[in-house]
Design a binder for this molecule. Sequence first.
Ligand SMILES: Nc1nc2c(c(=O)[nH]1)N[C@H]1C(S)=C(S)[C@@H](COP(=O)(O)O)O[C@H]1N2
Ligand SMILES: [Mo]
Length: 533
Amino acid sequence: MRIRLTIPLLVIVPLVLLVVAAYIQWALLGLPALPPSRQAFVKTMAPQGFPAWLRFTHYINFFFIILLIRSGLQIFVDHPRLYWNVHCTPGTEWLRFTPLEVPKDRVWTAKDDSRYLSPWIGLPGYRHTVGMARHWHFLSVLFWVINGLVYVILLFSTEQWKRLVPTTWQVVPDAWAVFVHYATFHLPPELGFYRYNALQQLTYFAVIFVLAPLAILTGPSMSPALTNRFRWYPKLPGNRQIGRSLHFFVMCAFVLFIVVHVAMVSATGFVRNMNHIVLGTDDSRRLGLFLGLLGIGIIIVVNVFANWLAWRRPRAVQHLAKAVVTPAMEFLLNNAAPSAEFDRREISPFLWPNGKVPTSKEWKTLAAENFKDYRLKVNGLVENPAELSLDDLKAMGVKRQTTLHHCIQGWSGIAEWGGLPTSELMRLVRPKPNARIVVFYSFGEGLEGGQYYDSHSIANLRHPQSLLAYEMNFKPLGDLHGAPLRLRVENQLGFKMVKWIRSIEFVESVESIGQGEGGYNEDQEYFGELANI
Ligand SMILES: Nc1nc2c(c(=O)[nH]1)N[C@H]1C(S)=C(S)[C@@H](COP(=O)(O)O)O[C@H]1N2
Ligand SMILES: [Mo]
């Protein structure tokens, strides 16, 4: 594992300095006076306590954030490198969760680079489980966001917001005074049921109104559908990889918060605190503790069950996500036509390869002769089936575009692509009215053997940026990146862009093709078939 130390140091050094400053102040001036909110009279002020809706949303939030963190870590280790630049050239990462340097003397695909994660940490854990991890991540995030919205609405429609939102800058020096107490192990009196202390208030406020929105905003900055439609969006963080790095930081901050929060809840009167947040009472019965531990037990059981489902019933999880996540994704992300284009100077010096170069005699023979005998077969539900040579395709028109590629694993890169718009191909072959889906078959095999293929809706193939590309970076497409012909569908993730295309079939549904899930990775690795994020 390698970390460019500057970044963590930027976080750790100020923290250490703050603690040192607290000790110096204590040694020289003694403990600062605590702000008046610490005094006993707060017990008579409204609002106080924790109403049922607040206790409930607090629990639901905890429930889903654990699933989000565990599945997020699994997604992260599928490409265990973080970068500040958008092209992801090996060696330029600022954080690496793999001992491996990328070998220079042979092909090293992004799939080769993916890492194993213990199922105790990752959901579901192990290698090549990004598909499952994404289902849990997206299923969880829907409910996490809805729960968060319900919470914020109720917060502001009651008086509870007054406990949480600082209304004067005095909160900053007050929070410092509290910090000096904590840092020097002088626990201030605990009155959180009635008023948060200034440090507590600032921290909770930041978690809810800074951290959570940042998580929600940086997530979509990794979506090809969004970033290739609205080029400004990934520019908000800087670029797509900065968005990904920030998403990772937000996760770290949540973990740090959860650890410190639980430690403080335990250290400042565990039994009483559990009654506060579980029962909503301020007393020292043990019921809140028992019910609270039961609640945590339920979360553990659900996590174990989620892992079990992911390994033993992956198809069921995939179909659940298809029923819940796909309609949301379709509504939010699938309609806009991608349009973002980049400058020639932004072309990446390196583009991670993925997939196995075909080994069949058929492809090798064609490749040895520069694909002069290659014929793309287009058939299925079309009025005019066709067999087209590369020259035929070139004669039908060419479009060139410089676009950002997003792999499901997390890496990205910019390249120029030239080829025939798929809309032009459809003009030639004329899909029949009942044709809905177009299946692209490869000469190459997938990771587990068997023909690689994937499918797209006709609607997505009508976008002007959907291409059958035979040119990359102003040169004929090379063997590694998909010669003679590959797909570009810029509102989708890379795995949908079949390389080494052998034939194209128009169908009504994908049910009878492969295992019926819409593509090789959908069949074998349980990927979602709509890949807008
Ligand atoms: N035939 C075939 N096409 C494929 C793949 C594959 O394994 N086999 N991998 C896909 C994935 S996951 C990605 S990210 C892109 C990578 O394209 P590149 O190698 O040109 O970067 O190709 C896609 N097309
Ligand atoms: Mo990919």
